[in-house]
Design a protein around this ligand. Sequence first.
Ligand code: PMV
Length: 325
Amino acid sequence: MKATAKAHTNIALIKYWGKRDESLILPTNSSLSLTLDGFYTTTTVDFQEGLMQDRFLLDDQPVEGDAYHRVTQFLNLIRRLAGREDLYANVRSINAVPTAAGLASSASGFAALAAAGTKAIGLELNDQELSRLTRQGSGSASRSIYGGFSEWQMGSEEDGSDSFAVPIASAEHWDVRVAAVVLSSRVKKVSSRAGMKRTVETSPFYPGWIDSISKDLKEIKAAIHTKDFEKTGQIAEANCLKMHATTLAADPPFTYWNDLTMRVMQTVQEMRANGIPVYFTIDAGPNVKVLYLPEHEKSVEKTLREIPGVTDVILSKPGQGISYL
Ligand code: PMV
């Protein structure tokens, strides 16, 4: 009982930042992302009779500890859904997500695991069911079921039955590009899980964040449909700044940025002042992702590479949703 699936990671333009239920992974706000072609995970799940436990190889290295635990917990959900709690699996994942790029490999990882695992065990889920299941491995992964732009609707049910992602526009709809800017120095990492928890519980800015989401979502969806790049970029950049502002007011306060993060943000703003439409967004780490249009690719890449402390710039087009190999 074996299947292989490929999933791409995604970058949020409207961020998911906060959980209302930690174990079911239910968010406090809806979010919206673009799936990226350049970053993906390919996973084979092989359920076999007679295995005594799950095995997980990531890039051909056996994984133990917390990451292994998250995978087996997720396989438990699949086993339970299929009524096959007697089966264990060999899981093999290959990540084409340069970890240093600071793009969530958990998004492509859990989306590929969910797709391969359910297929291998003989479950036939539609996209919404698959997204809802994937959400329970990693929230942002729920959006990686689809190509192009997708929205994770937070839902309101306590059991999470209405919390899943839906497609907003395909990868073919609009060729918006993303440059992942990799920086040399690192700050001590606060995981997204710990960061959002602390922010929800202690930041006085958090209610302001929540209040602003529905307007951002409504406006960015309209801008995506009409392919209004400036509007899309403005909303995404402002939404990112708002999310990061909530962490500065947490107790104890923290930030994911470092000096190089600020430098890249300033360079993006300078490019814009010089007439090139570019916008940034940042997740739970110091690296910056820059949104641009294909006709500006050369100048954007060159300018970003010239910033001292930038070690790499990885360019990506919009990517496709789940595929089975
Ligand atoms: O799904 P997680 O636990 O990887 O959290 C993702 C949180 C952000 O990347 C900061 C925002 C987002 O919506 O992807």
